[in-house]
Design a protein around this ligand. Structure first.
Ligand SMILES: Cc1cc2nc3c(=O)[nH]c(=O)nc-3n(C[C@H](O)[C@H](O)[C@H](O)COP(=O)(O)O)c2cc1C
Length: 373
């Protein structure tokens, strides 16, 4: 029965098998101390792994302290953070088959921010603000401080920081590493002509704007064992006049593929305020274009909430994997709900087998059944 349902079919990436095609999207928890994961992360990711997705992508993990979005982001720039990451991965791995993926990131000009629940604006000096960096001294938005322009020394340092963080993720036991090149963070700041106004070899033509992100991808690939899968997340459109376009994203990803990237997660936006048509599955057509035109294994994401909708994305060839973010925060058991809805045995851990609808009469009357059944 399971073989007819695409969501629950395995997928192999660079020799690594994922049990199914359901992915927990990376979601910042803003709950780390000096980049170090704590107890919140254990319970949060533990519950998500126990629900049986094929891949869990840990939240954006900064490659240097100044690359954090907020002072509470995860990082992989110290031995203490690496040890905590190793403990986190070792712990949550016991609870399910999910392939644990570390998303390495640098916030660039979007760094030095407050947590969303503290307002999400730029930090004041009293709150511990720091100097941000970007390809050009263009602030993220009105009222935000100007980042310092990245110089040749920074470029070498950042390449090394990404490589070191990838090595730390590998040593900490990550199954895969994903480079964050989306949502207006540093790599995306190089790609978009709206944030990259440089007139050296890192700005201007697409070839030049891609130079820094591709150098990062190359150094990360080299830092990882050859058998370890590498992914990338892109914003395939800025949704802004004069911004990064889906056609440019295709060229960038073809180049990433030749640098040894195995899969892409197609997102959009985040560079600056934009009108984004946020309807169900609003980024799926972007994923489809990228999949068709690059041949990369492709993950779709963005307002995918319903099991039939997720299954249709795969059946219609729009993507190879489907990631959900907020739907997993709302219901960490989304995988079970999807299995029930699509007629597949849910992948319960043995400890939870007694909630199976065939042995638990309460399954018929639980509130979730009314919502998703
Ligand atoms: C609380 C929260 C934190 C997020 N943090 C990250 C992140 O660390 N890295 C990232 O690439 N995307 C991040 N995102 C974006 C999600 O991965 C996802 O692309 C987005 O929420 C759209 O998917 P959804 O409609 O299924 O939630 C975050 C989203 C949320 C809601």
């Amino acid at each position: 029965m399971a073989k007819d349902v695409r969501l629950f079919q395995p997928l192999t990436i660079r020799g690594l098998e994922l049990a199914n095609r359901i992915v927990v999207a990376p979601m910042c928890q803003y709950s780390a101390v000096d980049g170090v994961a704590g107890d919140w992360h254990l319970q949060h990711y533990g519950a998500l792994v126990a629900s049986g997705p094929g891949q869990v992508v840990l939240e954006a993990t900064a490659v240097e302290a100044a690359g954090r979005i907020t002072p509470y982001d995860l990082g992989l720039y110290s031995d203490a953070a690496e040890q905590a990451m190793a403990r986190l991965i070792k712990t949550i791995r016991q609870f399910g088959k999910a392939r644990i993926t570390v998303q390495i990131a640098h916030a660039g000009r979007k760094g030095s921010s407050q947590r969303p629940w503290d307002g999400g604006g730029p930090l004041s000096a009293a709150e511990g603000s720091w100097q941000t960096i970007s390809p050009s001294p263009v602030p993220f938005a009105d009222g935000w401080p100007a980042p310092a322009e990245i110089g040749p020394y920074d470029i070498d340092r950042l390449r090394q920081a990404f490589a070191d963080a990838a090595s730390r993720a590998d040593r900490a036991g990550a199954d895969m590493v994903e480079v964050h090149s989306a949502h207006g963070y540093l790599l995306h700041q190089f790609l978009s002509p709206l944030s990259n106004r440089r007139d050296d070899v890192y700005g201007g033509s697409l070839e030049n704007r891609m130079r820094f992100p591709l150098a990062i991808v190359r150094s990360v690939r080299r830092a990882l064992p050859s058998g370890k899968p590498l992914g990338i997340r892109v914003s395939a459109s800025d949704w802004l006049d004069g911004g990064f376009t889906p056609e440019e994203a295709v060229e960038y990803l073809i180049a990433c593929k030749s640098e040894g990237v195995d899969y892409v997660c197609v997102s959009s936006g985040g560079l600056a305020e934009a009108k984004i048509p946020t309807r169900p599955g609003y980024q799926v057509d972007l994923a489809w274009k990228i999949r068709r035109e690059t041949g990369l294994l492709t993950r779709a994401v963005g307002l995918i909430t319903d099991p039939d909708q997720a299954e249709a994305v795969l059946v219609n060839g729009r993507a190879d994997l489907v990631a959900l973010g907020r739907a997993f925060l709302d219901d960490p058991r989304w995988v079970w709900r999807a299995a029930e809805a699509l007629g597949v045995p849910p992948p319960y851990p043995s400890q939870y087998m007694r909630v199976q609808p065939k042995v638990w009469p309460g399954a018929k009357t639980r509130p979730r059944t009314l919502i998703t059944g």
